[in-house]
Ligand binder design. Structure first.
Ligand SMILES: Nc1ncnc2c1ncn2[C@@H]1O[C@H](COP(=O)(O)OP(=O)(O)OP(=O)(O)O)[C@@H](O)[C@H]1O
Length: 790
């Protein structure tokens, strides 16, 4: 068997305009097919671009790496590829050699770091190229289908995105169901077998009968019979020269049916030939053998082997002149060679036609756009840029259907906010009850610890006043337990058996009467004996403060009733500060009323974050986002569809939250309910946009959840929801003011508790801050999505 050595070809030249033009040495390949050299259509650079645009796909000097510039993972390096129109191109190569990366650059999913790609006459991703868009059908390696959809719904979704009419889709669906031997159109995708799912995925790529079909391993998990029928179909559709197929496969031998095979290894094409030519050239009986042979040689020196005939030299990785592009096997027509290697293959007749067309209709656009010429073949050339009703309809239906089909999500959307409101209203803001107090009353017989008779006389009587005071402590907050001495009562507090200890001396009543009678002349001992001594457990601030408040208020009411029964002015018992009726709020303010506005907004905000923060990630990891993008859906359209869906959800959530808060649990609402509703919905939208940012930034769902959860507490603590921001250190207070929930909470609180209208600064600032945050979050997520597309 002849040894094969790589060929070292001459390096590229560069024209004045920067276009690299590779010199071509017509090899023996061209001799036998009668090379004709037509007049160059324009100058050499225009001609180079012109010829590139005639190919279905033309890749030149492509470089692509992942990772940082410092530590790049080079996936494509100086790769050239030419896919002629109307052919099947089998892209073969070991796992990880960069096939998928190359395909994703071709369909406009990723951008090259260097080099050029022409697809169907335009550069992918540019205006008017139609790529990504409906000119391309793409079947990614992953299944990339919505599991909750039926086969029919899947087809409808993609059909609408491609701008097809419903009847057209139905017609095509029937054909594809039969052709691909698919089960009933009403079967859910998630309930199909792996092979069936791959076939549905293949059907999606075929759905709109695209000009260029890009299939990333379509035959994995497909039985041999169906595999053959798929190949037959591909051969059939390329027969008339209008459709082109690029297919990757690990079953190297099935690629014999392709017109051209590109053998790829380590980011380069080792050869690009027709299968029969490859076998002859390398004197092998199988393509696998050819691939092994070429792979072995790749690492060796690039010098040609003198012993080998020129035709047996493997093609240079960066400059391979394709025999296949000369239609070696396919069409027995004359070919010509342009000055650019790797771009040959138009026969003279074709080239003449195009020249005439260009002469008549327009001139060549050197930037890749077209004025007249071949781009006219795309009847909707801006299909990737114009938002169609079909696309939006498809995206909206998809979002709602996914939600509707998922019971867990539905519960999450509507039951969770209601549950949160109920729990908040029942658990937060109410006075604690059943607090045990250890009482030591030495005015009475204190030997019996379980029950102590503590009789006193009503009216202006001064006996057992301690009992009269204790009797006033009757509310449900306090449970009195009697102890023999202060030490044991304090021990009860220390051991957690009581929240406080109360001690009345045996002279309490006499000392208290003397204190009242003597006034400023009362001595220290009288004052000391007349005091109720209290030791509280203040480790729990709320309980401690409530006990302090109740003990003081009880003393006030006890003193007032005593003074009144003795015909004294009971006002003497008051602290000489008179609180008038409050201007806003009630004289017995409730913690619930303070926290409720923040809680309403927090519930709506973070539910939206939770719903959207993983939405795009799930689609991205399942390959669905890629697929939609390649079909021509833009990041803006995806975001728009989510905004609309979320808006509808938000309205429902807002209604439920406000109904339960205000109507069921009686949280006060003194302001205009209309503005309250608008602010709440806006906060939900703000949360949704924050969710988009998370979704766009994070690669993994796990990271998104961590970020969403991680942001919850800082936002809650810093937004003045549970504690006034006036209590924060100055710098923190400043930061807090600019958080998305802070001004909105202040605004909602002002509307609910003060009844302020939108013209008040505190109120409208809440709206302005929320709208500003929505704009910021949306812009950031759009930018990140666009950046990630590259
Ligand atoms: N998004 C990415 N970020 C970083 N590295 C990536 C990314 N996608 C692919 N790679 C790396 O690029 C290289 C080529 O991957 P690619 O998926 O293009 O190979 P492939 O030839 O399609 O492999 P296979 O046949 O197994 O699908 C691999 O080393 C892969 O790890």
């Amino acid at each position: 068997m002849a040894e094969v050595q790589p060929v070292q070809t001459s390096s590229s030249d560069t024209t004045a305009m920067g276009e690299r033009v590779e010199p071509v040495t017509p090899g023996p390949d061209l001799v036998g097919v009668g090379v004709e050299r037509p007049h160059p259509p324009l100058n050499s650079q225009q001609s180079t671009i012109w010829t590139r645009r005639q190919q279905a796909v033309c890749v030149r000097h492509a470089y692509k790496h992942y990772g940082s510039k410092k530590n790049p993972n080079h996936v494509l390096s100086d790769l050239n590829m030419t896919v002629q129109k109307g052919t099947i191109y089998g892209l073969l190569g070991a796992s990880g050699c960069g096939k998928t990366t190359l395909l994703s650059c071709i369909v406009g999913r990723r951008r090259l770091n260097e080099g050029e790609i022409w697809v169907l006459g335009g550069k992918p991703g540019t205006k008017g190229s139609g790529v990504p868009g409906k000119r391309v059908g793409y079947m990614p390696q992953e299944i990339a289908l919505y599991g909750e959809f039926t086969i029919k719904e899947t087809m409808m979704y993609f059909g609408w995105i491609f701008g097809m009419k419903t009847e057209e889709i139905n017609e095509r669906l029937q054909f594809l169901l039969n052709f691909l031997d698919l089960p009933s159109q009403n079967r859910m995708v998630k309930n199909l077998s792996g092979g069936q799912q791959r076939r549905v995925s293949f059907a999606v790529a075929l759905m709109h009968d695209p000009e260029l079909l890009i299939l990333d391993e379509p035959t994995v998990g497909v039985d041999p019979l169906l595999r053959q029928s798929i190949w037959n179909h591909l051969v059939q559709i390329t027969k008339d020269g209008n459709k082109t197929v690029i297919i990757t496969t690990h079953y190297i031998e099935e690629a014999r049916q392709a017109h051209t095979i590109g053998l790829m290894r380590s980011g380069k094409l080792l050869a690009e030939e027709s299968p029969s030519r490859l076998l002859t050239m390398y004197n092998c009986s199988s393509l696998e053998e050819v691939f092994l042979k070429l792979s072995r040689k790749q690492g060796q020196a690039n010098a040609p082997t003198p012993a080998l005939p020129a035709e047996a030299q493997p093609q240079n990785m960066s400059n391979n002149i394709s025999l296949a592009t000369l239609n070696w096997d396919k069409k027995n027509e004359s070919v010509f060679v342009t000055e650019e290697s790797g771009v040959v293959g138009l026969n003279f007749h074709q080239s003449k036609e195009i020249l005439i067309h260009e002469g008549a209709n327009g001139h060549l656009d050197m930037n890749g756009g077209t004025k007249g010429g071949i781009m006219d073949s795309c009847d909707d050339c801006s299909c990737s840029n114009i938002t169609s009703v079909g696309k939006i309809k498809a995206l909206l239906q998809k979002n709602f259907l996914r939600m509707w089909r998922n019971v867990g999500v539905m519960l999450f959307i509507f039951a969770l906010p209601v549950m949160q409101v109920i729990l908040f209203c029942l658990a937060i803001g109410r006075d604690p009850t059943g607090l045990k107090i250890a009482v030591v009353n030495h005015e009475t017989n204190y030997t019996n610890l379980t029950y102590q008779s503590c009789d006193y006389e009503m009216g202006c009587k001064f006996s057992h006043l301690s009992c009269r005071y204790l009797d006033n402590l009757k509310n449900g907050t306090i449970i009195k337990e009697y102890y023999p001495d202060p030490q044991s009562a304090q021990m009860a507090v220390r051991t957690g058996n009581a929240w406080g200890a109360l001690y009345f001396t045996e002279n309490f009543t006499d000392a208290l009467v003397a204190r009242m009678a003597l006034g400023k002349d009362a001595d220290d001992e009288t004052l000391d004996q007349s005091e109720v001594r209290v030791w509280l457990d203040m480790s729990n601030q709320q309980i401690g403060i409530i006990l302090q408040r109740d003990l003081q208020l009880t003393y006030q009411s006890f003193a007032k009733s005593l003074l009144k029964s003795c015909d004294q002015n009971e006002a003497i018992a008051d602290v000489p500060i008179h609180f008038q009726v409050p201007i806003y709020g009630s004289s017995k303010p409730s913690f619930t009323d303070f926290v409720a506005p923040g809680v309403i907004l927090t519930i709506v905000f973070f539910l939206a974050v939770a719903l959207t923060s993983s939405a795009l990630i799930v689609e991205r990891t399942e390959g669905l986002l890629d697929r939609s993008w390649v079909a021509g859906v833009s990041p803006g359209e995806i975001l728009f569809s989510h905004v609309v869906t979320q808006f509808v959800v938000m309205c429902g959530q807002t209604a439920l939250v406000l109904i339960f808060m205000i109507l069921v649990f009686g949280v006060q609402c003194k302001g205009d309910i209309g503005w309250v509703i608008i602010l709440t919905i806006l906060q939900g939208l703000c949360g949704m946009c924050f969710g988009f940012v998370i979704s766009a930034v994070c690669e993994l769902e796990r990271n998104a959840i961590q970020l969403a959860l991680g942001s919850f507490y800082p936002t809650l603590l810093l937004s003045g929801v549970i504690w006034p921001i006036e209590g924060m250190p100055a710098i923190l207070r400043y930061i807090s003011t600019f958080l998305p929930l802070t001004m909105a909470t202040t605004s909602l609180r002002a509307m609910l508790t003060r009844g302020w209208s939108i013209i008040e600064r505190d109120v409208y600032m809440g709206f302005l801050s929320t709208i500003t945050w929505i704009v910021i979050f949306l812009t950031v997520s759009m930018l990140v999505l666009k950046f990630k597309r590259g």
